[in-house]
Design a protein around this ligand. Structure first.
Ligand code: FES
Length: 127
């Protein structure tokens, strides 16, 4: 049986936007809200090159990654063809206007995934 953790009120999530939920271990979880009242949760990591999906544009039941515009399904975390890949999804419960995530999933799902380091941040300074 799931132990649900209260995250926020639905109204705390902008329509067609998201908010990030920090975890003790692992990357944040992005909780999205669409314009039909749907609430979805995915790891805040694009399956392409790790972009922050929480900064993407929500439309329908999808989010467009802000990095290279891949489209990721909010229901399943799957990249829309022809792109391939999947980001972990998290169970969401909405009850009386409050949003809950599964505490067990928050503690265990994809805690080993990191965000890729790219570009100038990888260069050694003074070498
Ligand atoms: S990192 Fe998301 S589309 Fe490239």
């Amino acid at each position: 049986m799931s132990e649900w953790k209260l995250i926020c009120r639905v109204d705390d999530i902008p329509v067609l936007g998201s908010r990030r939920v920090a975890r003790d271990k692992g990357l944040d979880v992005a909780v999205f809200r669409n314009d039909a009242g749907g609430v979805f949760a995915l790891l805040d990591r694009c399956p392409h090159k790790g972009g922050p999906l929480s900064q993407g544009i929500v439309f329908g039941t999808q989010v467009a990654c802000p990095m290279h515009n891949w489209t990721i399904g909010l229901c399943d975390g799957q990249a829309l063809a022809p792109d391939e890949g999947c980001t972990p999804k998290f169970a969401v419960k909405v009850e009386d206007g409050a949003v809950y995530l599964d505490a067990g999933e928050l503690a265990t799902v994809a805690t080993d995934l990191t965000r890729p380091v790219a570009g100038p941040a990888r260069r050694a300074v003074g070498v």
